[in-house]
Design a protein around this ligand. Sequence first.
Ligand code: Z2T
Length: 836
Amino acid sequence: VEASIPEPLREAWRKHSAAEFNTKEEFEKDLVRHIETTLARSMYNCDELAAYSGTALAFRDRLIIEWNKTQQRQTFKDQKRIYYLSLEFLMGRTLDNAMLNVGLKETARDGLSDLGFRIEDVINQEHDAALGNGGLGRLAACFLDSMATLNYPAWGYGLRYRYGIFKQEIVNGYQVEVPDYWLDNNPWEFPRHEITVDIQFYGNVKKYQDESGKIAHSWEDGEIVRAIAYDVPIPGYGTKTTNNLRLWSSKASSGEFDFQKFNAGDYESAVADQQRAETISAVLYPNDNLERGKELRLKQQYFWCAASLFDIIRRFKKTKRAWGEFPDQVAIQLNDTHPALAIVELQRILIDKEGLEWDEAWQIVTKTFGYTNHTVLPEALEKWSVPLMQNLLPRHLQIIYEINLFFLQSVEKRFPNDREILSRVSIIEESHPKMVRMAYLAIIGSHKVNGVAELHSDLLKTTLFKDFVKIYGPDRFTNVTNGITPRRWLHQANPRLSALIAEKLGSYDFLKDLTLLDKIEAFVDDKAFREEWAVIKRENKLRLAEHIKATTGYDVNPNALFDVQVKRIHEYKRQQLNIFGVIHRYLSIKAMSAEEKKKVVPRVSIFGGKAAPGYWMAKTIIHLINKVADVVNKDPEIGDLLKVIFIADYNVSKAEIICPASDLSEHISTAGTEGSGTSNMKFVLNGGLIIGTCDGANIEITREIGEQNIFLFGNLAEDVEDLRHKHFYGDFKLDPQLERVFDAIKDNMFGDKADFTALTSSIEEHGDYYLVSDDFNSYITTHEMVDEAFQNQEEWLAKSITSVARMGFFSMDRVTNEYADSIWNVEPLDVTEETD
Ligand code: Z2T
């Protein structure tokens, strides 16, 4: 039977086609129906969780309808599509975003209220989808929102982890990791049990002669694992486009468990096989900016790349085009090197399965891929040991050697007198064991390579990838500075500020064209506007204060300066600099007379972030922050002048509460280490000022908002190498104010000093790699300038408004359009009469 219904029967279908709710009445009807039938509950048995599920199901119906239409439209038009390959999608919650994107949140609010629920309580029932670590995963999620909003035909491809990033609890000041099992009752995913791909591992390669006598290769006798597709609808804001995020889940290939083994009575081993297969998509690796070379991680990477490519090729083949047209139909973006094996897999399919010649295949491959690099930190660059890859992916390793050979031959031809360059740029590092350098593979297999902020992209070109610029010329390397979606990070997180801006601008159009924000600069002296702006900030601070009270028990003064640093805990991000600064402030206040204390600007220092479970130094930093909080918050000499708060389990939904509530946020990485940073953008867009180093996107934020509106401090990227060199040769003097801080720690002021020796000695004795001491004085002095500025509330407010007005550049929509024009060469596809 044909899957497509014949035309004469379609009228009956059309008559009964599912309808979308648009009014409050229709919403209530759908909601009650879902609660009473889908959930089998009633008005006598409906808690907030059931109300959440019912609301989600009602909105899900709407999304599905537009999602189906979008997929039909995109198939019918068959334009070039974008495929965004990312091992991480840090989505956060879906319901609130879906309600806002389809423009029916107020309708739902009224409907829920009629039925006895407060919409905020309902929204808060949802579990975050946390399939990511930090900035890289959140960037992927912002991409999806933006690509749908701009009507690009785009798919995300990722892994359906059973466990997302762990939940963080703080017990006695230490981080404790709790598994994040998030899949039960998730209404936002659709299992596609009919969409499967069998993926091979291990085995060996046979050489043979094909019919024409040509030498060919086949990869045989491996172990097979099945990939099953789970689809997630991605609605755009104020558009009908609803794109697809496809996540792969792993399962044993022969179904429930191996039949033969089972019949032979080998029950245990049959179950073990099944579990081993399911382990592939079981858990997200919790490292941010660190790669550890574990076999299971390589399995995850290949499993996901192979399934995604098979799926992409299956779609391409349906159109019966020639292979040469593949890059005109398909743009694949590699989110870091995690999917770099896709390059090898496409080459393998083209030459081993489709019988193309090497050169023709390689042309197609390089035209298809683009590679985004997110960091210059050496410990984050992926390298896989050759023996490991030989065992797991024998044919792929051969192809990598082949790619490398042709590449090195071309380099030798161009630089005949340079022996050194060959070993420097080889994909294979000649170490013991030999290693495959994934970044080099990604560069060689892509037509464009981009960094994520200007400084970062410049550093790539002058340091890490210098030789490749020489080989390929500068055109292969480009910059696309990161952005954030204003839908989630302004409209959803800060609805009152969004409404105030809309009122002044006459519409919410700025959410689709963020450069329109510049029009609010005209109101910077408007007294009523300024007052409302200040009231909104205060209410957002109160909301955060409530959260702090509920989760930590501490009362914080909403009039104090809220000073926030929330991001993954990492030495290069320098939370240690911040907490040392806090100790400095504490000691200074304690040394003051009553008279002097009256002049102190009250502060709440707020921290949040997870440490990778194996990263001891990061865990030590968390411990110190919590110990300092214990002491400072209970010190009667301090009162409201200083509070230290560690917010446990920082995630996307907490960021939505925290970002709108900051007066000041900290983006203080050692210059040259942070690729871009994106929370800096979220805070400024919500009217917070920032203190930061000349690093990542801070530099471009300064260019946009003006240097009078940001607190910059510290050494510059160009000076870092020299300073490290000096330290290495013993030219190091601990900053005297930092010495006073260390003395307090060593006096056991914050508990057993031994707990913190690793932290202090990394600075005093082991070269201070992250330049904490070098930047300390500048940091402290700049914080004094912050205090002074905060005392002039009128000027502070003007800075806040002006900065928001100038943030248009950092919209993810600008980012998406830049990728579309300069890397993907794709066009949007909007609804037209022809297509609908
Ligand atoms: C990550 O979040 C980032 C870089 C990585 O390099 C890995 C992870 Cl998990 C392998 C971050 C950068 O640190 C940050 O500066 C940047 O803003 C973000 O990616 C998005 O580009």
